[in-house]
Design a protein around this ligand. Sequence first.
Ligand code: SAM
Length: 259
Amino acid sequence: MVFARKRFGQNFLHDPGVIAQIIEAIDPQPGESLVEIGPGRGALTEPLLELCDGLDAIEIDRDLAAELQQRFGARGLTLHVCDALKFDFAMLAHARGRKLRVIGNLPYNVSTPLLFHLLDHRASIFDLHVMLQREVIERICAAPGNGDYGRLTVMLAPWVTAEHLFDVGPGAFRPAPQVWSAVARLTVRETPAFPVDARYDRVVSAAFSQRRKTLRNALRALLEADAIAACEIDPGARPETLSPEEFGRLARAVSEPLA
Ligand code: SAM
C-alpha cells in the first residue's frame, strides 16, 4: 500500500513501459534545462537524471521532497520545495541561461490553473510534456466543432501547438485513479499564431460562459451583432464552432479600453 496525499493529487506512476514512453517522448538532449513539476517518488526524476547533467524539480510535499533530496541531491537534482502555482519560471530560466523544458505528471486537482500559470511564463518555456486527465488533454487538443473544444483549447491555441501523444490507463499508477490519463506535448510558438491582447481573454471567457447561446447573445456586452458580422463571422453561430483565429478577429473588434 502506497501512502499518498489526496489533497496533493498524488497518484504515483509505477509502470516501466509508460515511464520509458514518456522519457522517449521528451528525448532530453545535453545542454537543455529541464524542470519537473511534482516529482513525487521520482518515477520520472530518476531516468531523467540518467540522461541529463542536472534537473530542477518543484515539489510541494515536504516529506516527499526530503526523500527526493536524500536519493537524488548528490546526483544533480535541484529541489524547489514550493507550490508550482507560485513558482517563478522566468527567474529559473534566467538563472539557467536558457528556456526551460517543463515535464510533469501533474496534480490533476490544479491542472487548469497550473496550465494558465505556465502560459503566463511562456516566454521562458520551450516546451511542456504533461500527463493529465485524458479529458483535459482532449480539451487542449480538440478541433472546432468537437464537443471537447472550449475555453482551454482556445486560450492555449495562439501560444502553443498541442499534440496528444498517448493514453495511460489507471493501472499504471498507485493508487490507481478513477480516470484515464494522457500525455501531451505543448510546444511554445516563437511568435503567436495571430495578434492577441487582453480583449481575447474577455471574448473567449464570455463566449464559453454561455456555451449553448449564439455568439450574438453570449457576446452581447462586448460586441453588437453587426460588429460580429463585420468580422465575417455569423452572429447566429455557436462559440464552439469558431476557430481560435476567428476569436482573435472578434477580440480585435472590441473597442478599447475595456471597462
Ligand atoms: N511525478 C510523480 C509520478 O509520476 O509518479 C508524481 C505524480 S503525482 C500525480 C503529482 C505530484 O505533484 C505529487 O508528488 C504531488 O505532491 C505534487 N504536487 C501537487 N500539487 C503540487 C503543487 N501545487 N506544486 C508542486 N507540486 C505539487
